[in-house]
Design a protein around this ligand. Structure first.
Ligand SMILES: *Cc1c(COP(=O)(O)O)cnc(C)c1O
Length: 361
């Protein structure tokens, strides 16, 4: 068996020890005589798994008691619809920050639902290569909420600060940097993210929702999209993706064993700094994101000669470094270095980039 270093933006690499544990528990979960996939979601074994996962996630993220953790489906994409449906009452409007492709998808979905929304800030004039500086934001103090994307996965642009919205609930698509560092959850109304970047396998979506934002929608919401229904049923109104929930739980245990989010943050900073430093000191590679907005999770870079891109990708694969191609909309390269990417993977990537550069210049 040989495992490569997988720089995929998502579904992304999982910690090897988590996969090994899942393998060992596959046929007979702790004497139950069956796989987690085969268990009733309402039975005592799965109840133990699901409750432990939630407790560990709460501990990792230091989630206050007045927030629900909802295990949902439909990815972050479904949340872009659920947020306006659950939070926006008639006559109200919501503010959105346009930071790039994922923010625009959320804006488009809200518009499609007929929501009354305003773009309070955009970084379009910077080609979305930085987050809009806070002094340019024109926020509505009566907005039902303010939505932003903390990490634009495609361009590799992220917030290193949390916006201050006064009393307006802050809603954040944290899909690609959730659990990458400690955050003050009490500053948010809603945090959501699909699992397949930093949490676990695809198929489960986490929404952390402040209690006072649940159950006040004045429109009919499909039951599986209603935060109030999910909260009341313990995220089991319908059958949840049990295996993804279990694997997410193993990832939470792994993260706690690593020392929690402060320790993970220190390692993430180190990994990203190594890669950006190397790129910045090279005349062969470049990163065009404004330095203060560089993502610690998705490091994008260009080659001085873009005709070498396919050769770079091919040689990288030969060196067990896979999924380095940039998003089809942007081109270039992208190394996604989420929590599960070990520092050795970043070191191997830098060594390969050096050798490729040496051979070409
Ligand atoms: C991946 C991603 C999404 C989409 O997630 P799905 O689970 O595919 O719906 C949305 N927003 C951001 C920031 C992402 O990185």
């Amino acid at each position: 068996m040989s495992r490569c270093y997988n720089f995929s933006p998502g579904p992304a690499a999982l910690p090897e020890s988590v996969l090994e544990q899942a393998r060992d528990e596959m046929l007979d979960w702790r004497g139950s005589g069956m796989s987690v996939m085969e268990m009733s979601h309402r039975g005592k074994d799965f109840t133990a798994i699901s409750e432990k996962a939630e407790a560990d996630f709460r501990q990792l993220m230091q989630i206050p008691d007045n927030y629900k953790v909802l295990f949902m489906q439909g990815g972050a994409t479904a949340q872009t619809a659920m947020v306006p449906m659950n939070l926006l009452r008639s006559g109200q409007s919501a503010d959105y920050i346009d930071t790039g492709i994922w923010a625009q998808k959320a804006i488009k979905e809200a518009n499609k639902l007929g929501a009354n929304i305003r773009i309070a800030a955009t970084s379009e004039s910077d080609n979305f290569m930085k987050v809009p500086s806070f002094d340019t934001w024109e926020c509505d103090s009566d907005a039902a909420y303010l939505h932003y994307v903390s990490n634009e996965t495609i361009a590799g642009v992220g917030f290193n600060w949390i916006p201050e919205t006064g009393g307006v609930p802050l809603v954040c698509d944290m899909s690609s940097d959730i659990m990458s560092r400690p955050i003050d959850v009490s500053k948010f109304g809603v945090i959501y993210g699909g699992a397949q970047k930093n949490i676990g396998p695809a198929g489960i979506t986490l929404a952390v929702v402040r209690d006072d934002l649940i159950g006040h929608a004045d429109q009919a919401i499909p039951s599986v999209m209603d935060y109030a229904v999910a909260a009341k049923s313990g995220s089991m109104y319908n059958t949840p993706p049990t295996y993804s929930w279990y694997l997410a739980g193993l990832v939470f245990e792994w993260a706690l064993a690593k020392g929690g989010l402060a320790a993970i943050d220190a390692l993430n900073q180190k990994k990203a700094a190594k890669l950006y430093d190397y790129i910045d000191n090279s005349s062969f590679y470049s990163n065009v994101v404004s330095p203060e907005s560089r993502s610690l999770m998705n490091v994008t870079f260009l080659l001085a000669d873009d005709s070498l891109e396919s050769e770079f990708i091919k040689q990288a694969v030969d060196n067990q470094l896979v999924n380095l191609n940039g998003h089809r909309l942007l081109g270039g390269m992208r190394a996604s270095i989420y929590n599960a990417m070990p520092e050795a993977g970043v070191d191997a990537l830098i060594a390969f980039m050096k050798e490729f550069e040496r051979a070409k210049v």
